[in-house]
Design a protein around this ligand. Structure first.
Ligand code: AMP
Length: 272
């Protein structure tokens, strides 16, 4: 599902039919589901498009596709929450995590800048070492699709998250997405800040530390958000894009989840 809203300047009321009307991205959602679940899921997606805190969509595009390929089965990333009180502290925590897996500050700053700009539908792809942007369409970014979790794994994930009071769709959807992203062999890490003005918990995900939630990554009311994936330097972007957009990936096993931990505990040895 893709929901957007046209933004018209006062002078642009009469427009040629060929002119592209500027729009803001309101919301998007995707998943792999059984045919019998489609109606229920569609209802959820439509509600999201029309009741999103970013505004009401005036265009909603829904695509339903029969996926014939057998999905790759993966384990979800372990989930924890890092102690964090302010956006400034959150940025430092994310930078420390990324630096500890070898990503230089210059590339980390590029990701923060992209997220600050906002209004992408997808994610930016940044080479870890040099900070080069690889995604072919910089306005759109790369949209991760064809991802899901089977019913028994979803039950286990819900149960584990509920122990820490975070069994919410927004958390589960992001964990599923980050688990697919990090299952791509050339991706080292992901940073995400939601563009929902009332959801202020971001995350940094990596193969080494799993999915780390960062509360207060932005101030309440801010519509700014985005995603960035850090990739190995010698990478063919088409291969990554193809994996993220086209390869069907399902979670069938769930990693353990932890409660709130400090950045020092995480950076200490044997965290996971
Ligand atoms: P959200 O976490 O849904 O608030 O999304 C935050 C930002 O992440 C959006 O503004 C997009 O730039 C990006 N994003 C959302 N969904 C996807 C996706 N499926 N694939 C890649 N990027 C996404």
């Amino acid at each position: 599902m893709r929901a957007s809203k046209a933004v018209q300047s006062p002078r642009s009321k009469v427009q040629s039919p060929n002119r592209k009307i500027p729009e803001i991205h309101i919301s998007g959602a995707e998943g792999l589901y059984e045919k019998s679940d489609i109606e229920r899921i569609l209802e959820r997606y439509i509600k999201r498009a029309f009741k999103h805190p970013k505004g009401t969509a005036d265009k909603v595009v829904i695509t339903i596709e029969d996926i014939k390929q057998m999905p790759r089965m993966i384990r979800s990333l372990p989930v924890s929450t890092v102690k964090c009180r302010t956006p400034a502290e959150g940025k430092v925590i994310i930078a420390k995590i990324l630096q500890s897996i070898g990503i230089p500050n210059r590339s980390i700053e590029i990701a923060f800048e992209i997220i600050k700009e906002g209004n992408m539908r997808g994610a930016a792809i940044i080479t870890a070492e040099k900070g080069d942007r690889l995604e072919p369409d910089r306005e759109r970014g790369v949209r991760v699709s064809r991802l899901g979790i089977n019913k028994s794994a979803l039950k286990v994930l819900s149960l584990r998250l509920s122990k820490y009071g975070i069994d919410k769709d927004v958390v589960k959807e992001a964990v599923i997405l980050a688990s697919k992203v990090l299952s791509c062999k050339n991706i080292l890490a992901e940073v995400c800040v939601s563009d929902d003005p009332y959801y202020t918990t971001g995350y940094v995900a990596s193969k080494k530390f799993g999915y780390l939630r960062i509360p207060h990554i932005k101030h309440e009311g801010s519509k700014i958000g985005g995603r960035a994936f850090f990739v190995k330097e010698v990478t063919h972007v088409d291969e990554i894009k193809d994996y993220l957009e086209k390869k069907a990936v399902m979670i069938d096993k769930v990693a353990p989840c932890k409660g709130t931990v400090s950045i020092n505990e995480i950076l200490g040895n044997n965290y996971i």
